[in-house]
Ligand binder design. Structure first.
Ligand code: TYD
Ligand code: MG
Length: 454
């Protein structure tokens, strides 16, 4: 049976046998495009019909000591990688166009090269002269990085095979063109094929590769999610255009903890490391105001304090607005429902806006109590004391659940000058010197004690 053309989603890579406007797998609109089959050879013959060569098997215990990791000296990057670059690994760095991926990787390339790792930087988007100009701006012109501006994958692999670098950076995977695949650069099959070639090259030749992938909103270009499963480590570079700081977040890491973050600040001459993110996120905090609550969070292994801001105002709409930035809107709906059903505090007829200050994205359920506190504080027009941090998960029954790493959260709060904390009563954590703990078992108690209502 001849293989007919198929359709795939450029956002998540799911394949379908007919076109539709919306991808069933990821729910994105207008991302499904027609793809030619990867190979036009016969596909009906089973693999067993022709014998292959037998492969060598080995014992589990026969593992050699892992080769040493290379640290770049950019501490925030090394941390997110799990303690430095693993030899022969494949890493994907995704992010919105213009967020600073090329800047980050050029700086990383220079750092690794200065540490003695032979580094090649291949740009498929910029001419060598443009990369050199950027390097001059970043004051990296003297770093021993080898540069190429090329998109032909076959030529790139041949060069890498001859040069045998320790690290090859490919900026970006969407511009690479494999001449054995019959579709345009940036299509799902091209991006997949290029990523597959590069990752298997990494394993075979012992070269670490870092692939840059632009996050695409819609259209004909495949996004980085299409290749996430092929690489060892997936990092996303996030941030708001209007804010200076950028977060490098590990969403998958075969060699280290996932969810780890590195924090950078975009300056006039490149990215600089932010060693104390909590101080940065709280730096613009003024006097205590209604709706503002500081949450003691954990990102990966490190504690980060951030400010939740809420605004609650009478609505003129039949269906009041629920606008959330930096937090999950489904989770907000749940907390509003718990406040109404368990504590008798309705938000009907009120617009609710919730924002995480500084453009940070929070995903921990441990922020539930801080969100509830911000909503109540805004609704009652009463501010919480400025020296108080809040954390705890809220269950549908209105009970407060203990969260992980309470002690680390408290220590960070104490370090930044906070003197009291409101936490769930469960859990084993001991207190921290200099920090007054108020433990509560459920949301109703919290409402009553903190806002004198409920
Ligand atoms: P870039 O690394 O080209 O983004 P990406 O590769 O993710 O598309 O970053 C581009 C932005 O960064 C651009 O808007 C300018 C800004 N920038 C600085 O603010 N300072 C700098 O030193 C550099 C090199 C870039
Ligand atoms: Mg770029």
């Amino acid at each position: 049976m001849a293989k007919s053309s198929s359709f795939s989603c450029t956002a998540c890579g799911a394949t379908f046998n007919k076109w539709s406007g919306r991808c069933d797998a990821c729910g994105e609109w207008n991302t499904i495009v027609e793809e030619r089959p990867l190979s036009s050879g016969p596909t009906s013959k089973s693999l067993g019909a022709k014998r292959g060569t037998s492969i060598t098997l080995s014992d589990l215990g026969a593992v050699e000591a892992p080769p040493p990791r290379t640290e770049s000296g950019l501490g925030e990057l090394d941390r997110v990688l799990g303690g430095g670059l693993v030899p022969a690994s494949a890493t994907l760095v995704g992010g919105d166009p213009g967020i600073g991926k090329s800047t980050l990787l050029l700086q990383a390339a220079a750092h690794f090269a200065r540490k003695g790792l032979k580094t090649i930087y291949v740009s498929g988007e910029e001419a060598s002269a443009q990369v050199r100009m950027r390097a001059a701006r970043l004051d990296l012109s003297d770093a021993p990085v080898q540069l190429a501006a090329e998109t032909n994958l076959r030529d790139i692999l041949t060069t890498l095979e001859a040069e045998r670098p320790g690290l090859a950076i490919i900026d970006s995977i969407q511009t690479m063109w494999a001449d054995n695949v019959d579709s345009a650069p940036g299509s799902v099959s091209q991006v997949r094929a290029a990523a597959h070639e590069l990752t298997s090259f990494a394993k075979r030749m012992g070269v670490s590769v870092i692939l840059v992938g632009h996050v695409t909103k819609e259209g004909q270009i495949a996004g980085p999610r299409v290749v996430e499963h092929m690489v060892d480590t997936v990092l996303y570079f996030e941030g708001e255009r209007g804010h200076q700081f950028r977060i490098l977040r590990a969403v998958k890491n075969r060699f280290g903890p996932a969810d780890e973050i590195g924090v950078f600040e975009m300056t006039g001459n490149g990215l600089s490391e932010v060693l104390n993110p909590s101080a940065l996120f709280l730096s613009e905090r003024g006097d205590p105001s209604p709706g503002s609550v500081v949450f003691a969070g954990i990102e990966g292994t490190r504690p980060v304090l951030v400010e939740f801001q809420a605004l609650v105002a009478p609505s003129s709409l039949s269906q009041p607005r629920r606008t959330v930035v930096g937090w999950d809107s489904g989770r907000l709906a749940m907390i509003l429902a718990v406040l109404e059903a368990r504590c008798g505090i309705p938000f009907a007829g009120l617009d609710v806006y919730l924002n995480v200050a500084g453009g940070m994205k929070i995903t921990e359920p441990a922020a539930d109590l801080a969100v509830a506190a911000a909503l109540l504080s805004a609704r009652e027009d009463a501010s919480l004391p400025a020296d108080t941090v809040v954390f705890g998960e809220i269950s549908l029954s209105g009970a407060l659940r203990a969260v992980s790493q309470a002690e680390n959260r408290l220590k960070e709060a104490q370090k930044l000058g906070f003197t009291s904390a409101i936490t769930p009563s469960g859990g084993k954590s001991a207190g921290v010197d200099g920090l007054r703990l108020t433990r509560m078992g459920d949301l109703t108690t919290f409402v009553g004690e903190v806002f004198g209502a409920g």
